[in-house]
Design a protein around this ligand. Structure first.
Ligand code: SF4
Ligand code: ZN
Length: 398
């Protein structure tokens, strides 16, 4: 919608595209029915997004980097992360998740040959590091042949086997059949398969995330992974779209507890706004604020004892992407760096006292918000967003 008078000027959410001001339409609040599917697909087909993808090189990985990590047996190692440029996720082709911006990193012509070149380049980049783990992300599912040719799936598994190193890959649930898992385990069994469950709640999966699979399909996949002697990792999302801070925190604590017995690792991902996504649109319209770093601290505090004493030896991992930035989990701006570092330290040393010793005056504001959201009927919360007029937030929250 283009600016055409005071009506639209009043709303105040404008973006300069080319020579024209374009209104970033809010997703909520005007009372009309809207199809989530259309909102999800629109940015992918935007000329800017199409042009951006066309500029990328299908023989170059999206990124390669190293981080400190813990192996499943508790050793501190350097992990190499390789994010490959692939054809993208088959679920995204037909629908897609509301927060997923991976379509930005895809190329339709990334076939077996291109992936092999990306792989060689990635290993070359990592060749100076003494790696104890390798994580391979494909903006979709490694085990989906419509996205990744079988020959390249084998390359990844075989390389990890030759290096005798722990491998982490990602997959949706529908690819994790007994046949596929048996095949993967026969090549490399020192393997963790990460599944983006996001929410242990079918309603949230359907209406907030548009995940396209159910909690039961995740449960079955985790059981099959274990049956084949492999490890599972479950991603949970802290504060999915269309949720208040308090609901985001309370539900994520419940979900972590519910996943404890089924999954070997639980990785909590606080929402990080990726460009061109549905959640990005809400964010730019003042309808969503990423979670507070204090919520991450509260979540860790709530589940720490259960995780540590769990008979399943499940590990809790929290790496807040973009922490401290306005698009990632953030606090007041003054304490963000220190709190984000304390959360990162916890991922390695599990020192809860260190984490809980952190403080800042903004903690009171966060606490008050959580308290109010738990007692007031405001489904979308009362976040003081850094963007958008206050009147609009009140209308949306009511
Ligand atoms: S399943 Fe994963 S890669 Fe596919 S659309 Fe959802 S978040 Fe994105
Ligand atoms: Zn602060």
């Amino acid at each position: 919608m283009h600016l055409n008078g005071l009506d639209t000027l009043d709303r105040g959410f404008h973006e300069l595209i080319g020579f024209r001001w374009v209104v970033t339409e809010p997703l909520l609040g005007d009372g009309r029915l809207q199809r989530l599917h259309d909102k999800i697909k629109a940015p992918e087909n935007h000329p800017r997004s199409v042009a951006y993808r066309a500029r990328q090189d299908p023989t170059t990985p999206v990124t390669v980097y190293t981080t400190p990590e813990l192996t499943p047996d508790g050793n501190e190692v350097t992990a190499g992360t390789i994010i490959l440029r692939t054809k993208g996720c088959h679920w995204w082709w037909s629908s897609g998740c509301t927060f997923c911006g991976y379509f930005n990193d895809t190329r339709e012509d990334a076939g077996a040959e291109e992936l092999e070149i990306q792989w060689a380049r990635s290993l070359e980049t990592l060749s100076n590091h003494d790696l104890g783990m390798i994580k391979v992300y494909t903006s979709g599912s490694l085990f989906e042949e419509r996205e990744i040719p079988l020959s390249f799936q084998k390359t990844v598994l075989q390389t990890a086997s030759d290096l005798d190193i722990h491998l982490v890959v990602e997959s949706r649930t529908e690819q994790l059949t007994d046949d596929k898992l048996e095949w993967a385990a026969s090549i490399h069994s020192n393997l963790t398969i990460a599944i983006g469950l996001e929410a242990h709640d079918d309603e949230v999966l359907k209406f907030h995330i548009n995940k396209g699979f159910s909690v039961n399909s995740w449960k079955d996949a985790c059981e099959r992974i274990r049956a084949h002697g492999l490890r599972s990792k479950t991603y949970l999302m802290l504060k999915p779209p269309f949720m208040s801070e308090a609901d985001g925190l309370d539900t994520c604590i419940e979900w972590a507890r519910a996943c404890l017995s089924k999954s070997d690792d639980i990785s909590v991902n606080p929402m990080n706004i990726q460009r061109g996504t549905t959640i990005d649109r809400m964010f730019r319209s003042g309808e969503y604020r990423p979670p507070w770093l204090w919520s991450i601290v509260a979540l860790i505090e709530a589940v720490h004892d259960e995780i540590i004493s769990s008979s399943s030896f499940t590990r809790l991992i929290v790496h807040p992407t973009g922490a401290g930035s306005v698009r990632g989990a953030h606090n007041c701006g003054k304490c963000d760096t220190a709190i984000a570092e304390a959360i990162e330290r916890y991922a390695i040393d599990r020192d809860l006292d260190d984490l809980l010793s952190m403080d800042c005056e903004c903690r009171v504001a966060w606490q008050e918000q959580i308290h109010l959201e738990r007692i007031l009927p405001v489904p979308l919360g009362i976040n003081l967003s850094r963007r958008g007029p206050v009147e609009r937030r009140i209308v949306l929250s009511g």
